[in-house]
Design a protein around this ligand. Structure first.
Ligand code: XMP
Length: 510
């Protein structure tokens, strides 16, 4: 495996992505991890990430100098290169001028890092400081106009530094460089696969849990579904899942979950059918934040009540924490670096229900979680599922929530999903759903005038949900969505398409 010491760069995660794509396991760890610890964990290589600080500053994050004496190859990227130079008695010049963007670089020396590459290549720079004097034993192997030491190496000690960022797409050959580092220099095997991850984790879960029992809140979303399948593979009947049906799920969703996890997987699944309770609490409430609050607290109450019926056996609470949630906490900036944040999907449980956490997906990125799910036999409709908000259809029924309005929305939403899923490239659409508006419009059906509901269709493309653009659905798909909703869903006589992007709109309407 390869250890990535994190100095707080925005793109540290990308280094991990690029390394794992080459089937080499890696972890992003604390910037000040002691050399002794690294020696014990024996990575085949160490990468020092970029970061926003200035190495010459007394309080900037530093590494344990002894990591350079372990005999393990080291690659310093940007801040990591400057840190290497600084630690080994070279010098770093605090920059007056920031170099940011694409630059042309020339390879001037013989380096295993650049083997197989053309001598002139484009790289991505983003730095203020730069190495002024290389430490003893180092040689320069690449230069650019602004940067005489664009890359340096100590060939005997296998220590390398690059001023540019090989992990971003704007360094088109960066992938090859990281490949060279992992395989030519660190001699990694490149055999890390999801089946191995599963095997290793199943063993680790069994050892940790022993004869105890685990409780998991199953929502049917990707993360909790994969945790359920993985825990079940590891501990079978010692896993108990609680699924809260708040009455605001998509059409037949609860039945699908029962069929898959209860019947097919044989998981001990406890379904709390609480639709009536949620609806009674939501009666007359139309304010979006109020809706969210009521649904959140009612969820905890219902979940806790079910959990109490199982609690004397249970010691652990399963959580679908993913790697990006964990990494934030090891970064030297933006918070106390010593605390590792635990991501509470089921936060706020009452005191009598305090469990230890078990988070078997902590090391994985989202697409790796999907791969694990596939490997464990979960169907595509689960592992490729679009995000669904916790408050469910409540935030897609604008205004009051009634059983009739839930039914209309479920029926309309089903047709939106069915039609879009017929598209070959439907997985490119980040999210798509129907929204029920609190207005009625005039229509004509046969000889009669109608006065019925309006449904808005929302489909967006996005990378992470933070920003989004409306999806350019083909007209024939829009046409069939509209025809099906108006002809098949009683109580709807008009369909609109939402053409707003985020920002300034949001993906959901509430
Ligand atoms: P917005 O509407 O803020 O949504 O652009 C961004 C993403 O978050 C989802 N979303 C929620 N998820 N509880 C959740 O678990 C919520 O209250 C909630 N509100 C929005 C939304 O579906 C989209 O993917």
């Amino acid at each position: 495996w390869i250890a990535i010491l994190d100095y707080g760069s925005q793109v540290t995660q990308l280094i991990a992505r690029r390394i794992r794509e080459q089937k080499v396991y890696c972890e992003i760890i604390r910037f000040d991890t002691p050399a002794e610890e690294l020696k014990t964990r024996a990575p085949k290589g160490i990468i020092l990430s970029g970061g926003p600080c200035s190495v010459p500053d007394a309080d900037s994050p530093k590494c344990d100098p002894a990591i350079f004496e372990l005999g393990i190859p080291v690659l310093g990227i940007c801040y990591g290169m400057q840190l290497t130079a600084h630690t080994l008695d070279g010098s770093v010049h605090p920059g007056q001028k920031r170099e940011y963007g694409k630059a042309m670089m020339k390879i001037t020396g013989d380096s295993p890092l650049f083997q197989g590459l053309e001598p002139d290549l484009q790289v991505w720079m983003s730095h203020g400081d730069k190495v002024e004097q290389m430490p003893a034993g180092f040689e320069v192997v690449a230069e650019s106009d602004n940067c005489p030491f664009a890359a340096m190496q100590h060939p005997e000690k296998n220590i390398f530094g690059v001023q540019f960022h090989p992990e971003v797409v704007h360094t088109p050959q960066g992938k090859e460089m990281l490949w060279n580092f992992a395989f030519r220099i660190c001699k990694c095997a490149g055999d890390w696969e999801m089946s191995k991850f599963i095997e290793a984790n199943v063993a680790a879960i069994r050892e940790k849990v022993g004869d105890d029992h685990v409780l998991l809140g199953l929502s049917g979303g990707v993360d909790s579904s994969v945790v359920a399948a993985l825990l079940h593979k590891a501990i079978g009947d010692q896993l108990h899942c609680v699924y809260v049906d708040n009455g605001l799920m998509r059409y037949r969703e609860t039945e699908e979950i029962e069929k898959l996890f209860g019947d097919a997987f044989g998981i001990d699944l406890h379904v709390a059918r609480a639709g009536d309770l949620f609806l009674s609490k939501l009666e007359g409430v139309s304010d979006p934040e109020q809706k969210r609050k009521i649904i959140g607290t009612t969820f905890i109450d219902v979940f806790a009540e079910k959990a109490r019926t199982l609690s004397d056996k249970v010691k652990y609470l399963g959580q679908g924490t993913l790697y990006p949630d964990v990494i934030e906490s090891v970064s030297p900036i933006g918070g106390p670096s010593a605390t590792i944040k635990s991501h509470h999907n089921v936060g706020g449980l009452p005191d009598d229900l305090q469990f230890d956490l078990i988070e078997p997906l902590r090391e994985l990125f989202k697409d790796e979680v999907r791969a694990v799910g596939r490997e464990l036999g979960l169907p595509s409709y689960v592992v490729d599922r679009q995000p669904f908000p916790g408050p469910g259809l409540a935030v897609r029924i604008i205004g009051d929530i009634t059983p009739e309005r839930i039914d209309v929305l479920q029926q309309a939403d089903l047709r939106v999903r069915e039609e879009i899923m017929k598209m070959d490239n439907h997985l490119d659409v980040w999210q798509y759903f129907a929204v029920l508006l609190p207005i009625q419009s005039v229509g004509v059906m046969g000889d009669d005038r109608t006065y019925e509901n309006v449904v808005a269709v929302r489909a967006v493309e996005s990378r992470d949900g933070m920003t989004a653009d409306w999806y350019k659905l083909p007209y024939d798909v829009m046409d069939s969505i509209s025809n099906r909703i108006i002809n098949e869903v009683k109580g709807v006589n008009r369909v609109c398409y939402d053409i707003s992007s985020k920002p300034p709109s949001t993906i959901e309407w509430e």
